[in-house]
Design a protein around this ligand. Structure first.
Ligand code: VGL
Ligand code: ZN
Length: 199
């Protein structure tokens, strides 16, 4: 029997109200996630972890505003307000998140020139984070994903998870979305089509 893990995506201050890239009600899911952390034997967290000059920041692109897009060598990239800078308070986990049980914290987005929404592959869709190998080596085959944001880091992680052969559930009640230009509907459809269980 495959082991199961809870994957908690990017529950960081910058994605919660008061942060630099706040997701509406991002903090509201903390109590439910804490309950789920208690229920799962294995817990993995992800942490968006950018250098201060990261290429996904609109501030590094003269004339560009947050939420506009640019063409990167690996394809289209949405530009964001500066967020989750390595070691900053905004990059820290929400203070109420019960993170101490986590067996692994996987950091992503630390390469200046590539953003990384997914917990498995960076946005070039080629550079692995190592998470798939870690989980497989540990006999973990079934994943439940929660956190922020539903339509970016959670969705990209879930799509990669099924492609990597994991039985994957997203608990939508324990996620919140950015919803940029219909991105929530688009990504919910992609997840359904790929065989992600939306619960
Ligand atoms: C995220 C945008 C930029 C996320 C991370 O966690 O969904 N979104 N960086
Ligand atoms: Zn980011």
């Amino acid at each position: 029997m495959a082991e199961e893990a809870l994957i908690v995506i990017d529950m960081q201050n910058d994605f919660c109200p008061g942060g630099s890239l706040p997701v509406a009600e991002g903090d509201k899911i903390v109590p439910l996630i804490n309950e789920m952390i208690g229920d799962f034997e294995h817990v993995v967290l992800t942490q968006d972890w950018h250098p201060a000059n990261h290429s996904s920041f609109a501030s590094k692109h003269p004339g560009k505003q947050p939420f506009e897009t640019v063409e990167m060598p690996y394809g289209q990239q949405t530009l964001w307000p500066d967020h989750c800078v390595q070691g900053s308070g905004g990059a820290a986990f929400h203070p109420a998140l019960k993170w101490s049980k986590a067996e692994l914290v996987i950091r992503k987005g630390f390469r200046k020139g590539i953003d990384s929404y997914s917990a498995f592959f960076e946005n070039d869709r080629k550079t692995p984070t190592g998470l798939a190998g870690y989980l497989k080596e540990r006999g973990i085959g079934k994943l439940t994903l929660v956190g922020l944001a539903t339509d970016f880091c959670v969705a990209y992680s879930a799509l990669d998870a099924v492609e990597q052969g994991f039985e994957t559930t997203v608990r939508l009640d324990a996620c919140r979305a950015i919803d940029l230009g219909g991105s929530l509907e688009t990504m919910l459809g992609k997840m359904r089509d790929a065989g992600v269980t939306l619960a």
